[in-house]
Design a protein around this ligand. Structure first.
Ligand code: GLN
Length: 493
């Protein structure tokens, strides 16, 4: 048996397969690049491209939605033609090109650079997550913990990238900041290049039976088609009206496609696909609330918070808003994973539905805490940063019960041939979440342009109370329908 046969890889001893560390580091650098870029978008658009706040926000939301919507396409082509490894290289390569286009001339080539990043992320992001799942045998109780560890890498990269790129951009030069994002991706891809042989056949082309010349031609078609999407992405990000049309159509189209694919599977497999869709549906609700962090919560932090954290004065509330979640994920994600392993050994590990349900309960509690911060406000409408930070701790536990677990369950429920597609659909859920988050945030803002801090506090916290109630309802619904979904899931836990 070769050292890197699937049996050997999946038959690993201990808590984690060693390959997960390579994927961890690769994804960490990809997220460094991604969040570095994401952090710069809104600031760059307002300060350098002179968009109004409203325009910049709309475009930011559109870019976020597209970035996750194209994961479906990336997953689809990985399943059908490229395999996961080549998809990672192609996606990473496009992200590098995108970053360096921005580094070269961010003012004039902004949308071109962004379009490369969008399509690149589409090929990269779902497929590296699927590769993590492929390291585990069916039924291996260590899988959720593996995704928990992987999630730590995501957030390490996100935190450092977000802070470093924005700081460099603001203090020195946007060109250097965008090239930092590009170098991050080069490191990530380089690491993958040097470690990919340890993944054995995992992620190789699905077209092993096709003659090599024909396979290369098919791959070339994918590369050309993905480049051909670039003008369309530019158009849609420039004109955000198209974003709405795109979001209305992509979801139904992917569902129709999935139904078409389902004809080749047996009833048990199809039931699992339906169960996966239930999880994806709930994830949309979760992200729509959670992603208030990039919108309404950042404005709340700007207008309504003191700068005192645990007795330390001069803490910027927006730094907490942007960083606390990642710091808490880094602190707790792997630990929670180890807790799942420990519970599994004792046969008391909650199943995925319960974990998702818990995710919503934490989400609900967190928004209740955001709401209750109004009771600690002074007469200027400013309230406690400590309470705000505590709410972030709680929401992070919600995220940890849902996000890495969601990645994991996709790889458990999807039939082998649809791994990429299902993972793409999971992230498409994030795209919708992101999209709805923007609408919710806009709905919560005070209708008056010249609202006082106190009025803003009241209108946002009213909104948070409602989100808290809806999250609770979603959690309860999930628990109520759980026997039904469990039936669909068959032997999967
Ligand atoms: N923060 C996670 C990541 O960047 C989850 C993103 C998502 O699914 N919305 O991977």
């Amino acid at each position: 048996m070769s050292d890197y046969s699937i049996e050997k890889i999946q038959g690993f001893q201990g808590k984690y397969p060693k390959q997960i560390w390579y994927l961890f580091l690769t994804e960490m650098w990809e997220r460094f690049s991604f969040y570095g870029m994401r952090g710069m978008l809104a600031v760059f658009m307002t300060e350098q491209l002179f968009f109004t706040d409203k325009e910049a926000n709309l475009k930011y939301g559109a870019i976020q939605a597209f970035v996750y919507a194209f994961t479906f396409i990336g997953g689809l082509f990985a399943d059908k033609i490229l395999g996961f490894k080549k998809s990672l290289f192609w996606g990473g390569f496009l992200m590098i090109i995108g970053s360096f286009i921005l580094a070269f001339n961010p003012q004039d080539l902004f949308f071109l650079g962004i379009a490369f990043t969008v399509i690149g992320t589409g090929f990269f992001k779902p497929n590296i997550s699927t590769m993590v799942g492929a390291l585990y045998k069916e039924g291996d109780y260590r899988r959720d913990a593996g995704f928990g560890l992987f999630y730590t890498g995501i957030n390490l990269g996100a935190l450092v990238g977000g802070v470093a790129c924005v700081a460099v951009g603001m203090a020195y030069s946007w060109n250097i900041a965008f090239s930092l994002a590009g170098f991050g991706m080069i490191i990530g891809l380089g690491l993958f290049f040097f470690t990919k042989k340890t993944m054995g056949a995992i992620g190789d082309s699905p077209l092993t039976n096709v003659e090599a010349g024909k396979r290369t031609r098919m791959e070339l078609v994918v590369y050309i088609l993905s480049l051909a999407c670039i003008p369309a992405i530019i158009l849609m990000v420039k004109n955000t009206d198209y974003t709405d049309i795109f979001m209305y159509t992509i979801g139904p189209l992917t569902l129709i496609y999935l139904i078409y694919e389902m004809r080749q599977f047996n009833a048990a497999e199809n039931k699992k696909i339906v169960a996966a869709l239930v999880f994806i549906f709930f994830s949309i609700i979760f992200w729509a609330f959670f992603e208030q962090s990039g919108g309404s919560l950042s404005l709340f932090a700007l207008n309504n918070l003191h700068d005192n954290l645990l007795g330390i004065e001069g803490v910027n509330p927006n730094t907490i808003n942007n960083g606390a979640n990642s710091v808490f994920v880094i602190a707790f994600s792997a630990l929670l994973g180890l807790l799942w392993i420990w519970m599994a050994k004792k046969k008391i590990e909650p199943n995925t539905l319960i974990k998702f349900g818990l995710g919503f309960l934490f989400l609900s509690l967190a928004f209740y805490i955001f709401y209750s911060s109004r009771f600690f406000a002074d007469s200027t409408g400013k309230t406690s940063l400590n309470i705000f930070t505590f709410a972030y701790l709680v929401i992070t536990f919600g995220e940890l019960c849902l996000s890495p677990i969601g990645l994991s369950i996709m790889t458990k429920l999807a039939p082998r041939k649809l791994w990429g597609v299902m993972m793409g659909m999971w992230f498409l859920g994030s795209a919708y979440g992101q999209y709805v988050a923007g609408l919710l945030g806009a709905g919560m803002a005070s209708p008056k342009d010249d609202a006082t801090a106190m009025e803003k506090l009241t209108s946002y916290t009213d909104g948070y109370m409602q989100l808290s109630i809806y999250a609770l309802i979603a959690g309860v619904v999930l628990i109520v329908i759980s026997p039904l979904v469990r039936k669909l899931m068959g032997e999967v836990k």
